[in-house]
Design a protein around this ligand. Sequence first.
Ligand SMILES: [Zn+2]
Length: 130
Amino acid sequence: MHEVGLLKGILATAEREAAGRQVALVRVRVGVVHRVTPEAMAMAFDGLRAGTALADARLEIDEVPIRSLCRTCGAVAEDVDPVLVCPTCGLADMVFAGGDELTLESIAYRDGAPPASATIDRPASSVASA
Ligand SMILES: [Zn+2]
């Protein structure tokens, strides 16, 4: 279960950030190339959080797709796999970005303090429609 390895570093960071505060919610951005399933992430989280500041925390996964950009017409497609042929103009002139993220997005604490990072820099999704 590679989810344990993926989560370990993120949870260590979260615990450092928490600095002793009880964490209510941890939100993690995971790119689709990591091929995680929510169930496996939840199981890994359950195993790792015991005895830490995250013991009572909830885990939220924000899955990040791969963005495929057509260099010819500028269409953008977001999917779990790179889109090799442009769905708009039909040419194979694509460049790819994202999908490999693995970051701690935000933490919410029990005492009602605001999240450590309130900004969510999700790319504006403009999925090309054929
Ligand atoms: Zn195109």
